[in-house]
Ligand binder design. Sequence first.
Ligand code: K7E
Ligand code: CUA
Length: 633
Amino acid sequence: MSKEELGLDKNANDVALESEERRKFFSKSALIGAGVVAAPMTAAMFASTAQAQVKSAANSPVVHPGELDEYYGFWSGGHSGEVRIMGIPSMRELMRIPVFNIDSATGWGLTNESKHIKGESAHILAGDSHHPHMSMTDGSYNGKYVFINDKANSRVARIRCDIMKCDKMLTVPNVQAVHGLRVQKAPYTKYVVCNGEFEIPMNNDGKDGMEDVSTYRSLYNVINAETMEMAFQVMVDGNLDNTDADYDGKYFASTCYNSEMGMNLGEMITSERDHVVIFSLAACEAALKAGKFKTYNGNDVPVLDGRKGSELTRYIPVPKSPHGLNTSPNGEYFVANGKLSPTVSIISIKKLDDLFANKIKPRDTIVAEPELGLGPLHTAFDNKGNAYTTLFLDSQIAKWNVQDAIDAHNGKKVNYIRQKLDVHYQPGHNHTSQGETRDADGKWLIALCKFSKDRFLPVGPLKPENDQLIDISGDEMKLVHDGPAFAEPHDCMMVHRSKMKPLKIWPRNDPFFAPTHAQAKKDGVDVYTQNKVIRDGKKVRVYMTSIAPTYGMNEFKVKLGDEVTVIVTNLDQVEDVTHGFCMTNHGVQMEVGPQATSSITFIANKPGVQWYYCNWFCHALHMEMRGRMLVEA
Ligand code: K7E
Ligand code: CUA
């Protein structure tokens, strides 16, 4: 993004003027009272916030037409299987990134390029995405990748943030249902970590062990972020839920519910305590190096033994079925959210060295267990030492002060609860702007509410969820926007736009379509200059170019029953001129971005004239952008 677009091109004078305007506005709003609707901030005003040095400023969610948002939000699409890009604070949906689903607009799941990326799971057309998290360098977002899990099919995918497309997908072996996912925060994201949730027999081959529940295990999964291959797995006691990392590159932590290893609800919630598992990365890497691992199910992924008593892990008992696990941005604490307990457990990360050295007991790492309300699920943080915890059952966000909670735990008479704000309704995750990085800035909080009930016009029995935007820049949380959302934004993250550098036009040699270009080379076709039909037995490859408003080929001939691959290369170099290719009556549709190559394969199973057309609006003569496939009987 250019300086201009970011509003950074203003000279000092402009900034000073705007600051002056802002001061006037703030004093005025102070007079009217706290509940006023704030005047819109321009992009330049956002950029000049530091210079303006106005502290108790109310944020404004208003982003005027033509103005840009300050943050990119990455939203999980839950059981829609996709990821969405939101503009924050406007809450405008900017883009959808199909990942585990199929998508007829872009051809994701239909094109050869996307099938190649989906690999062995290309035949799976559904997914359940939960936790989108961006790669980091030294505890700050680096704008490179967003990782996302598929609980439904035990997969992890990576989105490349320059093109905003999924570029890698991995099915995690030896586990069922990959749930919590986070990244190593420091020194850089070498590993993506995620939890295997449902416990299964280690060799799950249906031969034996199915009846004996005591043999079931769940694994912690460590993935190499750059290659997107499994690095190793760690076997644990109990099953795992959510996870997060410290800011030193030493420890990961996961919550565990069902330490009982129950197979039904009653059995799963009998214990008063479950636990948080702490993983020592150094100990795991040393065990790996020393060859202290086993393999299962006929694959070669090393599985380390991190069950109770192991040197790789420590188990910290916490009250009942904890769910979210969140690291405070100052790197001091892991917070485990109680779910069935009205408390959260604050674990001191500083004390973990002593815990691993067996100098202290597991419970000695707990520095406070503040009571917040009913159903605490997830916690987010600002840059002023406050935490924000969703209370699912109370339909509230509890704002509380971390140090005060610790002081209260140590006997001091202090009220650590700052405010409780009603949200609508039943929030799962919440997220603060950059709050899972060192750059937590205390500006915005999102509450991802599972139910919207009466908040929107009724749209039938299936209702949207409600993503609520809350201003946390002042002393009080203020709800400023209701955002209906389709299934099911479990989690999100917000990154400042200064960290992002998306491309405007595809690089001609992009790895995304490298396999297609390699095939073209074998066929002796230069996809940028040639339009050509290559017959290879019953396989026909049709190479065509596109420049608005025409394809390089107005017609091509094949025989009934041929396997036809159409490869379109978009020669337009104009930003935003995307073409498409759709073969009518064949379920064939795809996007071809500027300078990109896309390909799709189908059987020519209908004789006669079959029209193809461009399905992405590209030109005044877009309707005329079409041609004929002549299928000889
Ligand atoms: Cu709480 Cu999958 Cu993070 Cu849903 S998870 S809420
Ligand atoms: Cu090309 Cu529409």
